[in-house]
Ligand binder design. Structure first.
Ligand code: 5GP
Length: 183
């Protein structure tokens, strides 16, 4: 499971995995957030309304879910359970609150923390993304500061200074989670 602060580059890593490692099965989350330009329903997220999200959450249809920056995000349980039942690895890209819930429900899950090369670099990435208004960037930076402090809760920490390298490390972990070197 891949987690780490907003802006650290989780979605860039996942994008590269989708392109270069189609054998890696990546969970598609549901969210109440509006799609960003280029995001496709069913590929990047399932974009659903809040009422529908809440209905699914109440029905236990999510492995985990969390509120992040006024929007709800959740991992649909059924597709993940089906893969795990086949003994196959799954990759979840989720925030820290979700990672903690998965740790409770699936103690064998490996938690990977993606960290920025530096705080300055994270600020740069969040501000230069230009996809969110300044007040949203501010809130995400505050969340990032809290999330960075959670690194010791994770099984592995990978520094995102080179995206292809991080992808290789993740693929290695997914193939052989217990033999890869711990951070
Ligand atoms: P964004 O809006 O930038 O796509 O995502 C915001 C945050 O929500 C990111 O930290 C992302 O990892 C997290 N996120 C995406 N999908 C899920 C999910 O299914 N569950 C949880 N808990 N967090 C998610």
């Amino acid at each position: 499971m891949l987690s780490g602060p907003s802006g650290v580059g989780k979605s860039t890593v996942v994008k590269m995995l989708r392109t270069h490692h189609p054998e890696v099965w990546i969970s598609v989350s549901a969210t109440t957030r509006f799609p960003r330009p280029g995001e496709i329903d069913g590929v990047h997220y399932w974009f659903i309304g809040r009422a529908e999200f809440e209905r699914r959450a109440a029905a236990g249809e999510f492995l985990e879910w969390a509120e992040f920056d006024d929007n709800l995000y959740g991992t649909p349980l059924a597709p993940v359970a089906a893969r795990l039942a086949l003994g196959e690895s799954v990759l979840l890209e989720i925030d820290l609150q979700g990672a903690r819930q998965v740790r409770e429900r699936l103690p064998a899950a490996r938690l990977v923390f993606l960290k920025p090369p530096s705080w300055g670099e994270l600020v740069r990435r969040l501000t230069e993304r230009h996809t969110e208004p300044p007040e949203v960037v501010e809130r995400r930076l505050a969340a990032a500061r809290r999330e960075l402090a959670a690194e010791p809760e994770f099984d592995y920490a990978l520094m995102n200074s080179d995206v292809p390298q991080v992808c290789q490390q993740l693929v290695a972990l997914l193939r052989s989670p217990h033999q890869a070197s711990e951070a």
